[in-house]
Design a binder for this molecule. Structure first.
Ligand SMILES: Nc1ncnc2c1ncn2[C@@H]1O[C@H](COP(=O)(O)OP(=O)(O)O)[C@@H](O)[C@H]1O
Ligand SMILES: [Mg+2]
Length: 402
């Protein structure tokens, strides 16, 4: 019998979207085919400690998180390239030293995290160091995708349609709030949307229609992040999302969805809490396929694939758009490089329909493919730099003596 692939699901982490990640990860875990994969759940706590153990399957474990009470084992990722081990360390008696034990070894991981320390390239960088295959965008794509300011600069530079904006910093705000607001008003008309550069799920995003509201929006934004994006607002835009799955030249766009919003923006509550049946993004009310024209649908899908390519994405991402009701202009709101619920509900309704467990197979496939591709690159280059440096050093040292 072929050995099962040892698959890890990495979730949690130090992010404002910690809980969303838990819901998405447990949902994913339930779809992993146990005949095909040897699954390990790996939870990173709010404090940044890594844990494994059967209790991670229970949502209750995360209510008043107490690893000792839940019988979880703290593990440390072995950073040695290719070891891919999660190691526990136990202190022995007074005279005994520490004992280390490999709790799990993984062949591939699927990161299911949103926001900082998971979706932002930092975790991806760690996985690259470990030489671990993983099913998310790479370091650069993840980093650019999460930082709203850089993301928009990259999109604009590549010719993708985005709304005008200006980037502002906390230091400018603290130094002279009046001057900063006058600057914003000189470059953008109201309404504007203020967004912390590195958050998601609409946390800290607010609309401002005048100076007073702008002041409050900036105060909130800067309480959450050092940098904020201020973007020209569209009035009640239609919002549509499209997921993209693939890697390198093999890129597929999903059916387009239209999430249903209740207020002036799709807020955190609408996204996750109002339908808190533990379904995460999958339980948000939405219209699939989005009621827009076939041409608009095709354009949204094409832009989504182009963006996937531009950021050299891998795995599954979701690109969000706004459509101006008056002009029917299409603008990109953002890319989510690790979308809520991995957008599985869209793949189920795309083409012939892709079941969540088959989506998982594809994610693993792309992770392994990218890993193989990387290994085709030469990483060593024979040179005589060290030997000639030694020669010149001895020459130099003699010279110094003389
Ligand atoms: N320029 C804008 N005009 C109108 N509404 C916007 C604009 N930017 C954001 N919004 C609203 O705010 C929501 C959250 O903004 P978004 O940039 O997607 O941040 P997040 O990463 O937190 O989801 C959007 O889904 C939309 O409802
Ligand atoms: Mg969004």
């Amino acid at each position: 019998m072929k050995a099962k692939l040892r698959l890890g699901i990495l979730f949690g982490s130090r992010s404002t979207e910690h809980e969303v990640s838990i819901v998405s990860a447990l949902q994913l875990a339930n779809f992993v085919n146990p005949f095909k994969y040897d699954l390990t759940l790996v939870y990173i706590s709010r404090e940044g400690a890594w844990y494994v153990g059967p209790a991670l399957w229970q949502l209750e474990t995360y209510l008043d998180f107490n690893p000792r009470k839940s019988g979880l084992t703290q593990v440390f990722p072995d950073m040695t390239a290719r070891s891919r081990a999660l190691v526990s360390v136990k202190r022995g008696g007074i005279f005994a030293g520490e004992t280390r034990r490999v709790e799990a070894r993984l062949d591939c991981v699927i990161p299911v995290m949103h926001g900082l320390h998971g979706e932002d390239g930092s975790l991806q960088g760690m996985l690259e160091m470990m030489d671990m295959p993983y099913a998310s965008c790479g370091v650069a794509g993840s980093a650019v995708g999460l930082d709203k300011i850089m993301m928009k600069q990259a999109f604009r530079g590549a010719g993708f349609p985005v709304m005008p904006d200006t980037a502002v910093s906390r230091q400018e705000w603290l130094h002279d709030p009046g001057a900063l607001m006058r600057h914003i008003e000189s470059v953008l008309p109201y309404p504007v949307f203020v967004k912390p550069a590195n958050l998601g799920s609409s946390i800290g995003v607010s609309r401002a229609d005048d100076r007073e509201a702008l002041k409050q929006a900036l105060a909130l934004g800067f309480s959450l992040d050092r940098r904020c994006l201020v973007e020209q607002g569209l009035d009640e835009p239609e919002e549509v999302n499209c997921a993209v799955l693939g890697y390198d030249g093999d890129i597929t766009a999903s059916v387009v969805e239209m999430p249903v919003r209740q207020g002036e923006l799709l807020d955190f509550k609408t996204k996750y809490l109002s339908a808190a049946q533990g379904g995460g993004m999958a339980s948000l009310s939405r219209i699939i396929p989005a009621p827009i024209s076939p041409e608009e649908t095709a354009r949204v899908q094409q832009l989504s694939r182009d963006i996937f390519w531009a950021l050299d994405c891998k795995g599954v991402v979701r690109v969000d758009f706004m459509i101006d009701r008056a002009t029917r202009g299409i603008f990109i709101t953002e890319i989510n490089t690790i979308p809520g619920s991995l957008a599985f509900y869209l793949w189920e309704k795309t083409g012939e329909g892709l079941r969540y467990r088959h989506l998982i197979d594809r994610l693993v496939h792309y992770a392994m493919k990218a890993y193989q591709d990387k290994n085709m690159n030469l990483t060593s280059y024979q040179s005589e730099i060290i030997s000639s440096a030694i020669k010149s050093r001895s020459g130099g040292a003699k010279g110094a003596k003389a």
